[in-house]
Design a protein around this ligand. Structure first.
Ligand SMILES: [Zn+2]
Ligand SMILES: [Zn+2]
Ligand SMILES: [Zn+2]
Length: 683
């Protein structure tokens, strides 16, 4: 291939050496000539080899080194740039790598902050701002090749190589290993690429629901625990205790090891839907540990279809095992965020396996995903799959994409676009254990809130949706530690952003790749708190100062403190603000209904009273609870003033005070309105 290009596409080089020296002497002339002959600027550069360490690159003075954004988030690049910095401080000459501004800006702010010192201040990198793309870079007169392109992914490297080739620039690409040495693109890319799928395992993609017909024979009697059913071979299978159920079926353990029996309810067997769908599924030899796939149909004693035999699954549904702090503590007390990433990777790999075969979820039912351990996940319910023209049976508002929320259609075939939405949502709910991306708006239901895309989290200075309440501290802490995933989730769920439109949504392979990167970053987290499933505070970075809350002893950035009290001796964090204090008052009203008169102040109220007492010597302790305060404002009697004839109110509060002062009912109603009373007193 290389020979072909050299022989036919380009004029024969005079001598490789000569071309190079011409360029050196007369760049402008060579440039013109190159354009004319449509020739890539091949030089006699001594290219570094795989395994070359940063010092080899540092000393390859004729090569311009470009670094791509994703690579900067790897361990390899950190090792590389640290070594580079050492060379810059110890060598006679100075060098910078070249980073296009758009690549640098694609990094989350917190990572940019970390890099600011080593990249920019120490001049180890030259950031080329004002570039829109790689074309702009290669078209610049002041940036000369040949180029060595350092990339995280092979795809990106190939893309940029292509651009360079079109603009006649010589470019070679590499990636970096963990030690920062030049490396080829290893096999870890493979899982994120299209796997080779045997053709006989792939279903058709349909856009019309397959019709089903009334079943020709109906089953008699109820088939449940203790009953016998028969498989395709006529083997007897006894149903033991229930394993799980959905609206259409109950799945039983059986007397056969490793085999479950899914038995449909008589009413759903009135049509051929489940029998035909099972038949279709049985035609494809789909076998993967963890994927619940029928291995045989099941029949009653009369030979009527009643269900399917599926492989045994283990573990507990996602909702009961992983999606929540309590669940995680109970089932996986030793897990940290890396384990959760590995579970997510395992689930996404199952999903990718299915989608490569055009098996869709339609509406993910988290109850059908069973977790035994981080690398042992079972998709237990075959009814959840959409196969060709057979829709899935589950309907789940939470996993319906915004554009379908208000459609009112119950049964439909889902598409890759809707799949992409629910997989992104599942990834979100795993990384933020149990939290759904959209918040419920006041006065509307959840469906409408999802349709309105009320995503409450902010990213990189861009706010979350302002029509819903800000998430509580604990979710904001989890969110702040999600690294690059924050950008991905924000752009997916926030209305109008980069991956938000149905056709712009990212595929499960993208999410797999991103979670893998995040998992890798957690090998050497900048902040150890990032390893916690529920971090106690925001992620630290090089720039933000943290302050200790005197109440909980946890450190937060300034913005997380109650602003009004920050510069007083009563500094308090948002988490503590509404927790109980040791201060209280007792309601003294005779109207008080319950026996318990003690009211404990929140810390916020306690501080408020304390400050008020400090500033105002007349401030007195609270005496009435809010309920009694309300009663005391009500009118006990309407009175008429003897002096000015105005009408005035005598309240329950006044009555209570009179009772206290003069003894119960040992007093007379006032004759004069408050104004006239005052005047009379003055005389
Ligand atoms: Zn606190
Ligand atoms: Zn009271
Ligand atoms: Zn009066």
């Amino acid at each position: 291939m290389t020979n072909f290009t050299q022989d036919f596409n380009k004029p024969k080089p005079k001598s490789v050496e000569g071309t190079y020296s011409t360029n050196q002497r007369n760049k402008g002339g060579a440039e013109k000539e190159r354009k004319k002959t449509n020739q890539t600027n091949k030089s006699n550069v001594k290219w570094p080899q795989y395994g070359a360490n940063p010092s080899v690159l540092f000393n390859s003075l004729e090569i311009n080194i470009i670094v791509e954004g994703e690579l900067m988030r790897t361990k390899g690049f950190i090792s590389f740039i640290q070594a580079w910095h050492m060379l810059n401080t110890t060598s006679v000459h100075k060098r910078s790598v070249l980073i296009p501004g758009f690549e640098y800006n694609s990094m989350p702010d917190d990572i940019q902050k970390i890099f600011y010192t080593i990249l920019i201040e120490k001049e180890n990198a030259n950031i080329y701002c004002n570039l829109k793309n790689y074309e702009d870079l290669f078209n610049r007169q002041d940036v000369q090749g040949p180029f060595l392109f350092l990339s995280k992914t092979l795809d990106k490297a190939k893309k940029v190589k292509n651009i360079a080739y079109k603009l006649h620039k010589e470019l070679r690409f590499f990636t970096l290993d963990n030690e920062g040495r030049l490396s080829g693109f290893a096999n870890n890319e493979i899982s994120a690429k299209q796997a080779i799928v045997p053709a006989d395992e792939v279903f058709k993609v349909m856009n019309v629901i397959t019709q089903c017909y009334p079943a020709s024979r109906l089953i008699h009697g109820i088939i449940d625990k203790g009953k016998t059913v028969y498989d395709d071979q006529g083997n007897e299978i006894t149903l033991l205790q229930e394993f799980m159920s959905n609206a259409a079926s109950i799945t039983y353990r059986t007397n056969q090891t490793g085999i479950l029996a899914k038995i449909y309810a008589p009413n759903v067997l009135r049509t051929t839907y489940f029998e035909n769908k099972t038949e279709l599924m049985l035609q494809k030899p789909i076998r993967r540990k963890g994927i619940g796939w029928p291995v045989s149909k099941l029949y009653d004693v009369n030979g009527c279809f009643v269900g399917a035999m599926i492989p045994q699954a283990e573990g507990l549904p996602l909702m009961q095992s992983v999606l929540g702090e309590e669940q995680l503590k109970l089932n996986f007390p030793r897990w940290n965020k890396k384990d959760l990433c590995e579970l997510t990777i395992c689930i996404l790999e199952h999903i990718i396996f299915l989608q490569d075969r055009h098996i869709f979820f339609g509406c993910i039912n988290p109850q059908s995903i069973f977790v035994k351990d981080k690398n042992q996940v079972y998709f237990v319910d075959m009814d959840c799959y959409q196969i060709e023209g057979y829709p899935c049976v589950s309907q789940n508002i939470t996993f319906q994409p915004p554009e379908l929320q208000m459609s009112g259609i119950r049964k439909r075939l889902y598409t890759q676009q809707t799949e992409n939405y629910e997989i992104a949502e599942l990834a979100f709910m795993l990384m933020m254990p149990g939290k759904t991306p959209y918040a419920k708006e006041k006065n509307t239901d959840m469906a409408q809130s999802i349709a309105n895309m009320r995503f409450p989290f902010s990213w990189s200075g861009q706010p979350g949706n302002l029509d819903v309440d800000r998430p509580s501290g604990r979710w904001r802490f989890v969110w702040s530690h999600l690294g690059g995933l924050k950008r991905d989730f924000y752009n997916t769920f926030m209305s109008g952003k980069e991956f938000n439109a149905p056709e712009k949504r990212k595929s499960p392979r993208f999410w797999l790749h991103e979670v893998q990167i995040f998992r890798k970053d957690l090998e050497h987290p900048y902040d150890l708190e990032s390893l916690e499933l529920f971090p106690k505070t925001f992620k630290r970075d090089a720039k933000t100062q943290f302050f200790k809350c005197p109440y909980c002893g946890i450190e937060y950035p300034k913005f997380y403190f109650y602003r009004k009290y920050f510069d007083t001796p009563y500094r308090i964090c948002n988490s503590c603000l509404n927790t109980p204090s040791d201060k209280f008052f007792e309601c003294i009203s005779s109207y008080h209904a319950s026996a318990d008169r003690k009211f404990i102040y929140s810390k916020k109220m306690a501080i408020f009273h304390r400050l008020a007492a400090d500033q105002n010597p007349d401030w007195h302790k609270q005496r009435y609870c809010s309920e009694c305060k309300h009663i005391r404002l009500q009118v006990y009697k309407k009175l008429r003033c003897r002096n000015c004839d105005c009408s005035f109110d005598f309240t329950f509060g006044q009555k209570e005070d009179y009772d206290k002062r003069f003894g119960i009912d040992n007093w007379k109603l006032p004759n004069y309105c408050p104004d006239c009373q005052k005047k009379r007193k003055q005389f």
